[in-house]
Design a protein around this ligand. Structure first.
Ligand SMILES: Nc1ncnc2c1ncn2[C@@H]1O[C@H](COP(=O)(O)OP(=O)(O)OP(=O)(O)O)[C@@H](O)[C@H]1O
Ligand SMILES: [Mg+2]
Length: 442
């Protein structure tokens, strides 16, 4: 699976890296311009020095020829020279030199103008009709050091500016995406049954159409589901009266019939009408369960409701039910009607699909865990995965339409709880178990 990227992270990193690269390019360009300008200044200083020293040197040499002056200029105290000079005649004979001069730096014969050696930048100038030459040398290392220090001075602020811009960009992106994050959290936190419109508050303009589209879609979905539910509920409701009338008529007919085959046929019709009545009842329950409203405003004690339901089934199936309920209250926000429909479907399944006449074990613990277990054949895992879907049935001889577990699932998902189905039942070798925790608090 492709890793998902956070927009905030991508934007913060992308912008910071981009700004840093641009900054580095800017610094490099500035450093190159600064170096060029510095070279010009250094060259001009070199030239200026040569032109200043040359007349003095000429005077000195001429006076030496008259018997005074020295070949090496005296050092004025102990100091390091950046600029060293050499005065020579056209043949290369040294006439005067500064006290720190390294002769190996210069060519054998004097040259004029600017030129570079491996280690020095030199400027040469002539005087007295090209008979005296001065050459002033400056170490290239000196220039490199100046350029390096200038570059460093330009780069150093970056060390502070990069983290500051990262924080700034991250903060700006975070602020502008804050409403989007709230919008996402609102979407995430709502249950799958909640189709009400999402509040869209001050979303960035780019995201507003998305929110509006989602709300339009939710509205259409809600209307379609409502139409489907009300159609199912209305049809089931409308079918009740004609079905009851037909049943009554068939039952009256049976009393009037004496012939065995006719009686048999009338009984079959009665059975079919019963099935139809059961189906319409289940469809009504499903429509109710899917219509939401499975939670109440206040909490109810579910123990007496379960007791009543168990009592009903015990009267119809004497000796088959083994129930254990807690002495304490088990209160929950689960709507009592929804709880009754849910539990009836689970108990009915256990009685109907469990082994013939087999016991059904019902447990409610004080913490609200309900478990309904029955013996019987194990349901194949492939079937187990599908049982919660509408009209899906595993292998069974019992009558039914495959809606009971779909109704139970609609109620639990509407209430935000989970229904566990196990076959074999937990702790047993065979059978089936449905378990869930019915406690829902505010
Ligand atoms: N307690 C159980 N023991 C064994 N099998 C079960 C049990 N509960 C459900 N099943 C299997 O799951 C299938 C689906 O159950 P569901 O309640 O949805 O439908 P149904 O009971 O067949 O019909 P309906 O509930 O609509 O009358 C059943 O047909 C049955 O094969
Ligand atoms: Mg059922």
């Amino acid at each position: 699976m492709k890793a998902r990227h956070s927009l905030q992270r991508t934007l913060s990193l992308g912008l910071t890296v981009g700004v840093t690269l641009l900054w580095l390019m800017g610094v490099t360009a500035s450093a190159m311009v600064a170096q060029h300008e510095m070279n010009e200044v250094f060259d001009s200083a070199l030239q200026e020095t040569a032109q200043r020293i040359l007349p003095l040197a000429v005077t000195d040499i001429l006076s030496r020829e008259a018997g005074t002056g020295q070949k090496r200029a005296p050092a004025m105290g102990d100091h390091e020279e950046y600029l060293t000079y050499l005065v020579r005649d056209a043949s290369g004979k040294i006439l005067l030199q500064s006290h720190d001069t390294d002769i190996s730096v210069f060519d054998a014969r004097p040259r004029q103008g600017f030129f570079d050696t491996d280690t020095h930048r030199i400027y040469g100038e002539s005087a007295v009709s090209d008979t005296l030459f001065i050459e002033v040398a400056e170490p290239l290392a000196h220039r490199r050091e100046a350029a390096f220090e200038a570059g460093l001075a330009l780069l150093l602020p970056l060390l502070v500016l990069i983290p500051v811009s990262l924080i700034g960009v991250w903060w700006a992106v975070r602020c502008s995406l804050r409403r989007v994050v709230v919008f996402r959290e609102t979407l995430e936190s709502r249950g799958s049954a909640d189709l009400s419109p999402i509040a869209v508050e001050r979303l960035p303009a780019e995201f507003e159409p998305i929110a509006a589209s989602i709300n339009r879609l939710l509205e259409r979905l809600r209307r379609a589901l409502e139409a489907e539910r009300s159609f199912t509920a209305n049809s089931a409701h409308e079918l009740r009266t004609p079905l009851a009338t037909a049943l009554a008529k068939v039952q009256r007919l049976k009393t009037e019939l004496s012939e065995k085959t006719s009686l048999q046929k009338a009984s079959e019709i009665e059975e079919s009408l019963h099935n139809l009545a059961r189906l319409s009842q289940k469809l009504l329950e499903l429509a109710k369960a899917e219509g939401g409203g499975v939670l109440s405003e206040e909490e109810h004690d579910l123990v007496p409701i379960l007791e009543t339901i168990i009592g009903d089934y015990e009267r119809l199936n004497p000796g088959r039910i083994d129930a254990q309920l807690p002495n304490t209250e088990v209160t929950s926000l689960l709507n009592p009607d929804a709880f009754a429909i849910l539990i009836r479907n689970l108990i009915e399944n256990a009685l109907k699909h469990g082994g013939k006449g087999g016991a059904v074990e019902i447990r409610l613990s004080a913490d609200g865990t309900v478990s309904v277990k029955n013996h019987g054949d194990i349901v194949a895992p492939s079937d187990m995965a599908l049982l919660r879907n509408r009209f899906v049935r595993a292998e069974t001889n019992a009558l039914g339409s495959g809606l009971g577990l779909a109704i139970a699932e609609a109620i639990v998902s509407g209430a935000g709880i989970r229904l566990g189905l196990h076959s074999p039942a937990r702790g047993w070798q065979d059978g089936f178990e449905a378990e869930l925790n019915v406690v829902i608090k505010r």
